[in-house]
Design a protein around this ligand. Sequence first.
Ligand code: ADP
Ligand code: ZN
Ligand code: ZN
Length: 802
Amino acid sequence: MKLAQVIVDVPTMQTDVPFTYSIPQSLLDRIKPGMRVIVPFGNGGRKIQGFVIGFTDHSKYRLKPISAVMDLTPVVDDELLQLSKWLAKTTFSFRISCLQTMLPSVMKAKYAKRATLLKPINDPKVKQLFDHQASLTYRPNKLTPDQQALIYQLRQRGLIKVTYLVKNQARSEMVNAFTSRLPVARIKYLLKAISTRNVGQVTLLRFLLEHPTGTYKIAEVTKYRQHLSSSVINQAAKKGWLKKLKVRKYRNPYKQPVKKNHPFKLNSDQWHAVNQIDSSIVNDQFAVYLLEGVTGSGKTEVYLQAISKALQQGKTALMLVPEISLTPQMVTWVKGRFGDLVAILHSGLSSGEKYDEWQRIQSGNAKVVVGARSAIFAPLKNLGIIIMDEEHDTSYKQEDTPRYQTRSVAKWRGKYYHCPVVLGSATPSLESRARATKHVYHLLRLPHRINHQALPTVHIVDMRKEIMKHHGINYSSALLDAIKLRLKRHEQVVLMLNRRGYSNFVMCRNCGYVPKCPNCDISLTFHWHSHSLRCHYCGHEEPIPRTCPKCGSRKIRYLGTGTEQAELELKRFIPGIKIVRMDVDTTSRKGAHARLLHEFGSGYANVLLGTQMIAKGLDFPNVTLVGVLNADTSLMLPDFRSEERTFQLLTQVSGRAGRAKKKGEVFIQTFNPDNYAIRLAQQQNYERFYLIEMTRRHALNYPPYYYSVRLTASSKNRRLAIASMASIKQYLQTRLSPQTIILGPAPSAITRIKQRYYFQMVIKYKHEPNLQETLDYILNHYQIGVRNGLFISIDPNPVNFM
Ligand code: ADP
Ligand code: ZN
Ligand code: ZN
């Protein structure tokens, strides 16, 4: 007998193994691995979603049958099923979470309930709730407490029956279309027979003559053709000239047509790189290439030509870029080269658009995928190349479960399809660069800018001296002079305000008191706009205190600065200056990011002022000055990678200046002018930075010399969290080798979020054969504590130690 193995949508440790279900006769032929099904679960027989992962032919138990199949064809193929298994294991997460992560969010089940009246009830309150119908479909959390109570009562009295529904949200929009039913000869005959005064019919027949096969959307055909209306088409359908049908509407997220662009003639470094990568594509060979190229060295062109090669070989290509680099400019480059073969996946799309793009990939219509982190799971078959641009970027690490590193997933898929993985960056992560040194990766270098364009001149401004000179807090006089010069020359300026970390808080200058969020224990952020303090984690908001709650002093004021404030200050110094501001506030609406960039690119504004989001990917020829207002904020982070991050950020942002004919200039304002990360970023000397930083990491036993794993315990009960960490530590000490270092437990830098206490422990190791097994045991063993509100999570190779 054929039985189905199903991973059910119940993320707890005990259910992470597949459950076995019987298959009703009617579904026997239809069910395949990788399809979503609806199954009864638990004693109540509640209906939930699951994924069929395989079949078996025996079971010890009496089995429940599968209730329904949600898909016509599998939504995860064999490769992705295998990948989900590996992912669950290596990221210590649930298989169901991994499967759901791979699919567009609309394919995740939504659960609703349906209450059905067992007999008519005359109570007006009931009639109102049921809207005079016999049944009501509802989401429990959407009901008012009164309504919930009413349903509960009715159920207690046996007057209603409540069932669970699994809603499939993945729906395509359908539109009307038609296809010709006439043979060509018949069309020709009709065209002769019909009076030319029937303009509509003649136009339609001419259309059918040109398009004897294929399906055409009515709205699209009638839009551009005079005399051709939907009523003409309806009449023709009645006459049997054509057949009307419904087709899926493709919600194209990029409406503007893209101009075709052509491959550049490569310079010799680019040519060498492409040549190497191509040889792996052609020979079906898995290999990891690290493409280390200074900013403006033409890495994108290397990617595009390698993608071309993969397509020529009848293969597909996946190109990942950090979310903030997925700019309209980048999209234009790729679409302009490969046209409709390209699918774009990024967070700015609506969930419907994302689903449509996913469909195009799944069906094989899209062969090149460009997207941010989660696009690594794009259902491309027969991959010929995987590219990760800006491979060092921290957004490639998913911070929630499953806590995967995109690079590792890329390598897994590269091995599966025997294709090259290309990691590109001007500032590779130390981990990747170290692997290239050991020849685990192949190093490809582009040491020069295109056309040997000079790197910009970078000035470091010592703010310790500047701050005394005038009343502003954001601009040194050197930077202000440089901005004024650009205005005179009609050139443009990019200013970056580093907002990561603690840049924007209120402090008492008398006693040092800093207002914190009562729920989360992190500094509240000053909001210029609403003149209030806000918590960025939970949304708590409160007014700014006039006097210090601790010492009563009136010297309590905000410290640091926000983009809004930097904008106002600049306008005060240079009246009439036109500024485009780009930060989370101005870019939260859909399409805002693109609109602001366009506004700046069109030359309307003098200055683009923004947070880190402006540091990458932009390529404006008229920008000749870049200013970093505060280089220090990222240096202050409590993280061993803060120098690396600072170096990366400053190098990236400096690369924005002087990309075209005009020479660029950069000003970096800092209170730490002698720091090596800042000095070497000034010289754009990655190789030197790599050597110094590696020495430091070696001395302090940090990655890449050591691997690390972070364990976090969280609970509303502080003592429970601490105690469990202590007992886990004891267990670890008995299981792991003596060379392995266990740090902590310590409260996380942010110790309390939404009333929960977080404690963490970091394991640093070089070689630890028992690790997987030991950590699996910890998860299984302590997960029992979920009932007490204790939650243990494991993060392999974390990138953020906050
Ligand atoms: P990177 O990503 O390495 O910072 P880009 O890929 O943005 O650099 O390339 C910089 C500029 O050089 C782009 O405007 C690109 O179109 C152009 N470019 C790239 N390769 C060539 C080439 N072989 N010949 C001429 N221009 C090129
Ligand atoms: Zn005070
Ligand atoms: Zn909060």
